[in-house]
Design a protein around this ligand. Sequence first.
Ligand SMILES: [Zn+2]
Length: 301
Amino acid sequence: MWFDVALLFVSTLIFPVYFMIELGRKRTSKLACFAWFLISGSYLLYIFNVGRWDWVGYYFRYALIAFWLYSVVHAVRNNRDVPLWPPRSFVSWIGPALSAVFAALFVILGAYALTGHQTSEQAVDLRFPLRGGTYHVAHGGSRTIVNYHHDYLPQQYALDIVKLNAGGWRTKGIYPSELQAYAIYGDTLYSPCNGKVLEAVDGFEDVAPTLSEKLPEGVPPAGNHVAIGCLDAKVYVAHMQKGSVKVKVGDTVDVNTPIGLVGNSGNTSEPHLHIHAERNGVGVPITFNGEFLARNGLIRH
Ligand SMILES: [Zn+2]
């Protein structure tokens, strides 16, 4: 588990900072300098969109852009007097050639992730079910690279939402085991539409955060959850706190009806809101006030 966490920090912070430090240094040729420009710029495009910035600190993604611009200025200054081309030896061309290949890869991945911010399918428009804070899309969008749910048809447009504290983190520390440490834990959930309650399940324990997927027998993956009929879609709100579900099947609800509290029951790695909409068992996109959200989108209330 800690290997995954370490990998997350290395890929999101250490790699880009390393590339940018290298970018600013003096090289033997302008081409070699340009190679670091390509690598650092393309990787920034990729990680800016794909990175889990709720883990490493949301505002670092903008600090990285500032640092990259600073490194570009240094690169220009430090490599003003070096020759344009590297020496005519095979070895001195390996670096630039490899850089070009990786840069192309990161541009493709970054651009692909950006296409996950749109969908051509008809969305169900909902009211965002949380109030009083800055909420962050950990998983969401129409590509698997920004939304791990996307491979699973009923949940292909599901969203996992966390809350950011004032510093831009979803919790104090990296991955604490106390549920209360997570900013979103215990927040009130409101009905996402004016509709009718179709499912209301409560009674399952909130579990300690874990990255290993093992669900005790008899516990539904959604944990304590509510499903609401919103027009022709069925909207699921999952992983609620034990004992918090306030509605029952058949209740009529509106967007000001509290339905429960954010918890950590069912198949979940940490306290968050999971929400998705289905039509005949097929996942349909959700918009909040007309906006389709993908990873690193913010909702301020
Ligand atoms: Zn989810």
